[in-house]
Design a protein around this ligand. Structure first.
Ligand SMILES: [Zn+2]
Ligand SMILES: [Zn+2]
Length: 492
């Protein structure tokens, strides 16, 4: 749900100070930027068309083709970020936009232009990969989802809903506050306070943007809705609506948005509702409720803001270190400055990348498992001698109000089937590794073990809780250290 590449791009563009010097040869720099963007686009088209060709030749998508396509798509996402990092920090793009083209101090235009190469590369990459996606999903020729323009339009519309609140944050932060309260920028508390206030704001209002920008409709009143509402009632889960998300059947997906119940929606994609049984849909719905019940969204926000503040603190520490080194040595510190800036920038980007891959990945996979367990409980009967299993929500008449409590073997089976169906319908091999979710096969294996010995669950929950607390403590300690370092730097 969280658009990681976009967040990283925003961090690259606005979170890390770009070197100020304009490029000596602006035309040459623009040519190199175009070449980098062209390279990303060309590899996306090559991968997409190659995958489509393979599928057409075989008549179906082999698991090797699917895996190659999955890995290739991720590499292209990574290449987009690397290219954008170079455009912002290596090519002199910011100086061209702000100084050569004279957009410095404008509202929104400067920020939009800064981000434009990333958005253009992402759009081109989606376009190229679309041919492969379509082939891997095996859509019939008459299908609406086969048309490129409509696919890009839907995808762009979806990502814009996620971009808009974030862009709003940057506008408010960079342009409006600077204009109205110029002194505020230099206040030591400015950065963390702004990030905290604006981050919470975005988390609160982003569901409204999604509601406006994504094509959705309310789930019709009927047995499925009653079933889902019964589960929500049992979980004490409140939301503003359960909505069907129209993707032209290109996506089997579900998500929950928003931290406040008033602005919270559960979205179930059209293909998910058509391709799965009611109890499987209920299991997926339970998984989404699990994210809310365990407060995963606010924790992610805390984590992301901590990383941003660490980056800010780290760049401050770099400045302090430089001054200190400059005071010690007699060597002219200005001459290798460009090289040093570039190396520092690269080191910082690499450090953020590693932090994301390891810590964020590990956290995200644990949260997914926790949500999986919750999804199992949502469709479990709670009877200690199941099977026979009883489907309370499917039964007519009054359903006993029982809380979400324990997993039962059949409930786990239903949830595992739902996971397998999601993989199958999306054309993903079950053993494909996913950095954020873990592979479907490993998730199913974990649940099967749990069904065998449900007594293991409390130990698992404790383990996740400990990881969460440990990470928070580590983050606070690192921020404290960074604060102390910059304070010492300021004293020296
Ligand atoms: Zn999830
Ligand atoms: Zn049962």
């Amino acid at each position: 749900m969280i658009p990681i590449p976009l967040l990283l791009a925003l961090l690259l563009a606005f979170g890390i100070d770009a070197p100020a010097g304009p490029p000596r040869d602006a035309t040459g720099a623009l040519a190199w930027i175009a070449a980098a963007m062209g390279g990303v686009a060309a590899s996306a088209f090559a991968l997409g068309l190659w995958t489509a060709w393979k599928v057409r030749r075989k008549g179906f998508a082999t698991s090797r083709t699917r895996r190659a396509f999955g890995i290739g798509s991720r590499l292209i996402a990574l290449a987009t970020l690397v290219a954008f990092g170079w455009i912002v920090h290596g090519s002199g793009w910011p100086a061209i936009v702000l100084d050569a083209w004279g957009w410095r101090g404008s509202i929104l235009v400067d920020d939009a232009l800064m981000l434009a190469p990333f958005l253009a590369m992402q759009l081109l990459a989606w376009w190229g990969l679309f041919y492969g996606e379509r082939a891997v999903m095996g859509l019939p020729a008459s299908h609406a989802g086969r048309r490129v323009a409509r696919h890009l339009y839907l995808k762009e519309r979806q990502s814009i809903a996620l971009v808009l609140p974030v862009v709003l944050i940057f506008v408010v932060r960079n342009d409006v506050i600077d204009r109205l309260w110029p002194a505020w920028r230099y206040h030591p508390w400015a950065e963390p306070l702004e990030l905290a206030a604006l981050g919470s704001l975005v988390l609160a209002v982003s569901p409204l943007f999604i509601r406006l920008a994504w094509p959705t409709r309310s789930l019709a009143d009927g047995p499925l809705r009653h079933r889902l509402e019964a589960i929500a009632g049992r979980s004490g889960f409140r939301c503003s609506d359960i909505r069907v998300w129209d993707t032209d059947h290109m996506m089997v997906n579900a998500c929950v948005t928003g931290v406040l119940p008033r602005f919270r929606y559960v979205l179930l994609s059209d293909a998910l509702i058509d391709g799965m049984t009611p109890s499987e849909i209920a299991a997926v719905f339970g998984h989404e409720i699990g994210h809310v019940a365990h407060r995963h969204l606010p924790y992610f926000l805390f984590f992301l803001m901590g990383v941003m503040m660490l980056v800010t603190a780290a760049s401050d520490a770099f400045v302090g270190l430089e001054d200190w080194v400059a005071g010690l040595t007699t060597v002219d510190p200005t001459s290798p400055a460009a090289l040093r800036d570039a190396a520092e920038g690269l080191a910082l980007v690499a450090a953020i990348g590693v932090l994301f891959w390891t810590v964020f990945g590990a956290l995200s996979r644990r949260f997914e498992r926790q949500a999986d367990v919750y999804g199992c409980k949502a469709v479990s009967c709670g009877s200690p001698d199941c099977p026979p299993h009883f489907d309370y929500e499917g039964a007519a008449g009054d359903e006993p109000r029982r809380p979400i409590a324990a997993v039962c073997p059949v409930g786990v089976r239903i949830f595992a089937d739902a996971l397998a169906a999601v993989a199958r319908l999306n054309g993903i091999p079950a053993d494909a590794r996913s950095w954020r979710h873990g592979s479907i096969a490993s998730r199913i294996k974990f649940l099967a073990d749990l069904a065998e010995s449900p007594a293991r669950e409390p130990a698992f929950q404790r383990q996740v809780r400990r990881f969460r607390l440990g990470l928070a403590a580590g983050m606070v300690a690192a921020l404290g250290l960074a604060g102390a370092a910059s304070w010492i730097g300021a004293m020296g």
